[in-house]
Design a protein around this ligand. Structure first.
Ligand code: 13P
Ligand code: SF4
Length: 357
């Protein structure tokens, strides 16, 4: 029963004390979030893994790529646990190492490997945090960098100082929305479909590109539409609309603001009592904000409940099972990134941390 699970989790947390830290992403259900020592967006959670050096175990209530990142950044002795190994990210799965390597070779065949007169490389790889450790390592080895939705513009600026072009993966929408806001013309952002020769582009299109966008997308955020925003504006005059930048470009353009999960939260905090706010992101987070700010009208743009099905796989039952294991001295579902992969991935993650103001 829920009470029994609650009692097990609370007792294990008490027994483990400071030896345990539980991190929770904003998209986790309330039944899990209530046990988190720290709640945040994917960037803040990566930082939290760095700033809890005393904990022996980090239990990550989020998805697989987040737990991998925590393992890369945590001290070697610290163990990172993902309560349910089936909690992946469908977007992260859309870019695999072999396809990105093949794309990279095609690009270097066209661009060559020599820097230009200003010392800028032909192309810099930028991976969204929502990617496997192997792809972060690829970026580390090839002069590239990681970004999150909270720092994508700063990271792209970093990349354009060092490269003539950027290969951005896996999320086409974050890449397109960010580069467009920086003034990159859409014609210079071809999309790369790994199932087609040259990603489905002509050699000229690749030669003229500023940002090559991988074809990945988030199945939750691609559901948001301009029609939903128009409906919200018609039904709630004065409504403020904020969406996550994984949403398609026309949706970001029609919204009042776009930002990471933490930026969305800050947008709500900065609003006034009586305001109406329509949000384009995952439903657990939207419902939590609505409950936290009952003096505002807060709703999800999509009327059909849109949870992230993989984030939802972290059930309190799995959390109880992993914590019971830790109390008994057994580590279930540990996420271990191989040392060589972790070393290269860390280079790309540290470039991100160093690029931030
Ligand atoms: P944030 O970096 O905004 O937390 O986003 C993570 C994510 O998976 C959004 O879909
Ligand atoms: Fe991945 Fe989308 Fe879920 Fe975020 S919301 S974890 S991008 S599937």
């Amino acid at each position: 029963s829920d009470e029994e699970l609650h009692a097990r989790i609370a007792a294990a947390k008490k027994t483990l004390g400071d030896r345990l830290v539980i991190l929770g992403h904003f998209y986790q259900r309330d039944e899990v979030i209530q046990y988190a020592d720290f709640v945040g967006d994917s960037f803040q959670l990566a930082n939290a893994a760095l700033t809890k050096p005393d904990a022996e175990t980090i239990v990550f209530c989020g998805v697989h790529f987040m737990a991998e990142t925590a393992d890369i950044l945590a001290r070697p002795e610290q163990k990172v646990v993902l309560p349910n190994l089936a909690a992946g990210c469908s977007m992260a799965d859309m870019a695999d190492e072999d396809s990105v390597e093949a794309c990279w070779e095609d690009l270097l065949d066209i661009y060559g490997t020599e820097p230009d007169a200003d010392g800028r490389q032909p192309v810099i790889p930028v991976t969204y945090m929502n990617s496997s450790a192997a792809l972060k390592a690829f970026c580390g080895r090839n002069g590239g960098i990681v970004c999150t939705s909270s720092n994508a513009a700063t990271v792209l600026e970093w990349a354009f100082e060092r490269g003539q072009r950027v290969l951005f993966f896996p999320d086409q929408h974050l890449g397109r929305n960010t580069a467009k806001a920086m003034g990159v013309p859409l014609e210079q952002m071809p999309m790369w479909n790994p199932r087609k020769p040259l990603g489905g582009n002509t050699e000229d299109e690749i030669r003229d590109a500023k940002v090559i966008l991988w074809h990945g997308f988030c199945s939750v955020h691609k559901r948001f539409t301009v029609a939903q925003i128009e409906k919200a504006r018609a039904e709630h005059p004065g409504v403020k609309v904020i969406v996550h930048p994984e949403s398609p470009m026309p949706v970001v353009d029609a919204a009042d603001a776009a930002g990471s999960t933490d930026a969305i939260r800050k947008f709500v905090i900065a609003s006034e009592p009586g305001d109406t706010i329509a949000i384009g992101t995952e439903i657990n987070m939207v419902n939590r904000l609505a409950a936290e700010f009952p003096d505002r009208t807060i709703f999800c743009l999509d009327p059909v409940v849109c949870p992230c099905s993989t984030m939802y796989r972290i059930h309190p039952g799995y959390l109880a099972w992993t914590l019971d294991g830790l109390v008994a001295g057994e580590v279930h579902n540990q996420i271990v990134v191989a040392d060589d992969v972790a070393a290269d991935a860390k280079v790309a993650l540290e470039r991100m941390l160093a690029a931030l103001p």
